[in-house]
Design a protein around this ligand. Structure first.
Ligand SMILES: Cc1ncc(C[n+]2csc(CCOP(=O)(O)OP(=O)(O)O)c2C)c(N)n1
Length: 622
């Protein structure tokens, strides 16, 4: 029996010797690689913290002690140690365990995660609550150097240091976000590697001071007293010590002996503590060590080579078309600049970054800053395109309102992963953007039906003068042909794709395909449905919609957004505002709930956002 088979809770770890713990780490890696090779997932991040997860659970007593894994994408070893070994094969599968930590999934998951930078704030809240309850157990936040670029992390550090709360923050420094980490923090942390040089320098300086005639020894004593100051100015500790944290490290995050020793030492300190560990992303699986960016979040792969399970030509995605259009447009318009929050590849800006490095800005995992930064670029006459996933743009809501919309600043929001994203689940579905953007004065909200329309909408957005968003889904495009046509789309105008007198189907974005499919199915049933690609949620094409509803008073709207405040409710409001009544209406979209993880197709089927749902809605309107 392998050691992992005997681990049903962290208590079982504590029975093991160091060599056994080391064997366990290899077995955990093996399970992670095998499972992710089938199910997909965040491989490299999870492989990087296997020893750290073992050491934390060995030293602390979860679930009384609370461990919060920032983002939670690296929590696979934690899951395997905390009673989920037998269900681990269901990782990220529908009805299986989540790819992140979830408080409903296990009492060992102290906080639900998915978005970056929340761990310190949550941990501090838990620590304060514990203090109020006179509960002496510990709280540990584990945060990556990428996530440490989030402003939220510093808000947490600031409060924790200010109130001297007993909180342990472990900085997992692998020098990577998804791509290479960016910004001043990243270069500060990399000074770690010259720590040896610093020791030599300090020794040489000491010898030199002592050798000075007369005052040498005195100066040396003063210098020695300032040792701490010297140290903190030459190591990353200076940053965290400024926040009143006791800084320890950097230590090797793959050395179990050191990890256990230092965790035991800091465990009972009654101070905010920051432990800096250095790890290697992808550790123990050579293909992931070699290509940590590719293996950050990966779909199934062949274990031996690390290669793709379905080699050959991949169908291009909406993201690909966005990226290539950006490159094309930037060639002739020097004012176009691109902003990403730590996701150059994910948002399709890889080629732009290569070709126009001076017009490309990676702001780190800092969506709020990214939006206001873009507004700054815009007021100086540039045309910033903020390329961001829908779910992460939620972070920047106030910045969109206060810094962009209020003065109608021309910032283009290229919002990827709008709608259901699939296996990453509720923290990652882009379910709310149409609702949260539609309500903002000056904002234009476009949703392309296909990749050709996406390209035209990007051109339209750049030609517009004010806040404007285009939102498109995750995944491969449905049609193959690329029209070489970049005509502007008139703002606020939809288009009729199919004529019909019996039923009116109003689609937006990807769901227009469902509407077209439903049109064919309904035709076979003797129902002639008109299909409209509405294109704009704001301004909505009121003239077109009202005139059609007057003629065809059976209406179905379909959207991949929450129904609350989304496209369907926008249509209803438009009809009410125009005193149109006497129609039957059904809106399809995401209900008032958080959608679980699972394949996109399955979730669309389950929540009634597909052609079959349109057909049954149509039948219910008769
Ligand atoms: C607010 C937010 N923006 C973007 C992301 C996407 N994202 C997931 S993990 C990650 C990188 C995290 O880097 P780090 O914290 O260093 O962890 P590592 O994967 O390197 O272990 C990013 C950008 C996110 N989860 N949340």
């Amino acid at each position: 029996m392998s050691i992992i088979d005997s681990i049903n809770s962290p208590a079982d770890l504590k029975e093991l010797s160091l060599p056994e713990l080391s064997l366990l780490s290899a077995q955990i890696r093996d399970i992670i690689v095998k499972t992710v090779s089938k199910n997909g997932g965040h491989l490299a991040s999870s492989l990087g913290v296997v020893e750290l997860a073992i050491a934390i659970h060995y030293v602390f007593n979860a679930p009384e002690d609370k461990i919060i894994w920032d983002v939670g994408h690296q929590s696979y070893a934690h899951k395997l140690i905390t009673g989920r070994r037998k269900t681990f094969h269901t990782l990220r599968q529908h009805n299986g365990i989540s790819g992140f930590t979830r408080i409903w999934e296990s009492c060992y998951d102290a906080f639900s995660t998915g978005h970056s930078g929340t761990s310190i704030s949550a941990a501090l809240g838990i620590a304060c609550a514990k203090r109020l309850k006179n509960d002496k157990s510990k709280v540990i936040a584990v945060i990556g150097d990428g996530s440490m670029t989030s402003g939220l992390a510093y808000e947490g550090l600031n409060q924790a240091g200010g109130i001297h709360k007993n909180l342990i923050v472990i900085l997992n420094d692998n020098d990577m976000s998804i791509s290479h980490n960016v910004g001043a923090l990243s270069s500060l942390l990399s000074r770690t590697f010259s720590a040896k040089k610093i020791q030599v320098l300090r020794k040489e300086l000491g010898e030199f001071l002592k050798s000075l005639p007369k005052f040498g020894n005195d100066i040396y004593r003063i210098a020695k007293r300032s040792e701490e100051t010297f140290k903190s100015f030459t190591t990353p500790g200076m940053l965290f010590e400024a926040f009143n944290f006791d800084y320890f490290g950097p230590i090797d995050g793959h050395n179990l002996t050191h990890l256990i020793k230092i965790l035991n030492n800091i465990k009972d300190l009654d101070e905010p503590v920051l432990l800096h560990v250095t790890t290697k992303k992808g550790k123990g699986y050579p293909p992931a060590e070699k290509k940590p960016e590719y293996f950050h979040g990966v779909s199934g792969f062949e274990i031996e080579s690390g290669g793709n399970l379905c080699p050959g030509k991949k169908r291009p995605t909406y993201t690909d078309f966005f990226g290539s259009t950006m490159v094309k447009l930037a060639k002739t318009d020097e004012k176009i600049v691109a902003v990403t929050a730590a996701m150059p590849e994910g948002t399709g800006l890889g080629e732009f970054k290569e070709k126009y490095p001076h017009r490309f800005f990676d702001v780190g995992i800092a969506e709020q800053h990214g939006v206001t930064f873009a507004a700054g670029l815009a007021v100086e006459g540039f045309k910033p395109v903020v390329a961001v996933y829908s779910t992460f743009l939620q972070r920047a809501y106030d910045q969109i309102i206060h810094d962009v919309c209020l003065d109608s600043i021309h910032v283009v929001f290229a919002i990827d992963r709008g709608g259901i994203v699939g296996d990453d689940g509720p923290t990652h579905h882009g379910a709310f953007d149409l609702s949260y953007l539609r309500s903002l004065p000056n904002m234009v909200v476009m949703v392309p039906h296909d990749h050709n329309e996406l390209c035209k909408m990007l051109v339209t957005a750049l030609a517009h003068n004010g806040p404007i968003a285009l939102r498109y889904p995750r995944g491969a495009v449905t049609t193959k042909t690329l029209e070489n046509n970049t005509d502007l789309i008139p703002i606020g105008k939809g288009e009729i794709l199919k004529q019909g007198d019996d039923l009116l189907i109003l689609g937006i974005g990807r769901t227009v395909d469902d509407a077209l499919l439903a049109h064919s199915i309904l035709l076979n049933k003797g129902i002639k449905a008109a299909v409209v690609n509405c294109r704009f949620v704001k301004p909505i094409d009121a003239d077109l919609i009202c005139s059609l509803v007057k003629k065809i008073p059976r209406v179905i709207t379909i959207e991949e957004n929450v129904l609350m405040g989304g496209f369907g409710s926008c249509v209803l409001q438009c009809l009410a505002d125009n005193n149109i009544s006497g129609f039957r209406f059904k809106s399809l979209g995401i209900p008032d709930t958080f959608i679980e993880h699972g394949p996109q197709k399955l979730l669309r089927e389950k929540y009634g956002i597909d052609a079959a749902a349109i057909v049954s809605a149509a039948e219910s309107l008769y």
